[in-house]
Design a protein. Structure first.
Length: 318
């Protein structure tokens, strides 16, 4: 028994040393403060192959914070991380609930990651579900909250989220599904894209489960109305609209067929797959960030949405 105890203590000590060294070599997040910063990360296609992806203004689909509709920002915040403007990178209560749930299910079924943690994972870490990766994710998220504004964090998040087959970021997503820039998205279209985020490949793939995506987008619109982001008239108008996704099946079929053909023709070396092209040609350059009019603060003292980069809360209900 003593021998087993010593082995267990040794294993824990070795893991602790490994983790400490890993944390020492985590990348710096300070450079992300510069909105002109461009970096390359690896993203997966739907066959599990990795491909380089540009994060920053050199990506032709990049959408700066000032060009992202407030409804888009609030749709993902309310649906994915309701305490985004209150926590400092991690949501302790959500983590406790997730741990309890995972222990009951004996799996890593629920991660309780905040938007900041998801940005840290997408930019710097792998997708493996391990304790060490989770710890690194939390450390990076805390550093991001110290170095970056909430507006910058949500800008990064919305420009790297997966929304389709090799469709990453709302700039590409808006072009791919609606043939328009992200700045022109309607509240219904914002809710539609936000509704896909939990599972764009299967569960909330609009090609396979359009009704499920629309139902979740209705829920997100109700959250926007409840938060005061939409007025009663805007909410009713958005509910009455059906997202114009004409040609969705054709585009998805064509992109999947292209990936399958490339996958079948591979001869050992990884062949980069071209992302599916939108029906409308994208602008050659990313739009410049336009300063927004500063709205009056909400009565409850929360920040107000739509600042183009700084912490803000919802506008008062109209």
């Amino acid at each position: 028994m003593k021998k087993l105890l010593y082995l267990a203590i040794g294993a824990v000590a070795a893991y602790g040393i490994y983790l400490a060294v890993s944390l020492m070599f985590l990348p710096s997040v300070a450079e992300l403060k510069n909105r002109r910063t461009t970096m390359t990360i690896q993203v997966k296609d739907w066959h599990g192959e990795y491909h380089p992806f540009t994060v920053g203004p050199k990506n032709r689909y990049w959408t700066p914070s000032g060009s992202i509709p407030p409804e888009m920002k609030w749709a993902v915040i309310l649906a994915e991380d309701a305490n985004f403007y209150k926590h400092e990178g991690i949501d302790v209560k959500a983590i406790k609930n997730a741990i309890k749930y995972d222990l009951e299910k004996k799996s890593f079924a629920r991660g309780a990651s905040t938007i900041t943690q998801q940005v840290a994972k997408n930019l710097f870490l792998s997708r493996e579900k391990t304790i060490s990766r989770k710890i690194k994710e939390i450390v990076l998220a805390k550093r991001m909250e110290e170095e970056l504004t909430k507006g910058r964090i949500i800008e990064l998040y919305l420009n790297v989220v997966e929304l389709g087959p090799m469709v990453y970021g709302i700039g590409h997503g808006a072009r791919y599904y609606f043939g328009k820039p992200a700045s022109a998205l309607t509240p219904r279209e914002c809710a539609f894209l936000a509704a896909m985020l939990p599972g764009p490949r299967v569960a909330y793939n609009p090609y396979k489960n359009l009704g499920k995506v629309l139902k979740r987008s209705d829920m997100i619109l109700r959250l926007l109305r409840g938060k005061g982001v939409l007025s009663t008239d805007e909410y009713r108008q958005a509910l009455a609209q059906t997202p114009n996704i004409a040609g969705l099946q054709r585009k998805v079929d064509a992109s999947i067929e292209k990936e399958e053909t490339a996958f079948e023709n591979r001869t050992g070396a990884t062949v980069p797959l071209e992302p599916p092209q939108p029906t409308t040609a994208p602008d050659e350059q990313a739009p410049e960030e336009v300063p927004a009019i500063s709205p009056q603060p909400a009565a409850n003292g929360e920040p107000v949405a739509g600042d183009g980069g700084e912490q803000q809360g919802p506008p008062p209900a109209r």
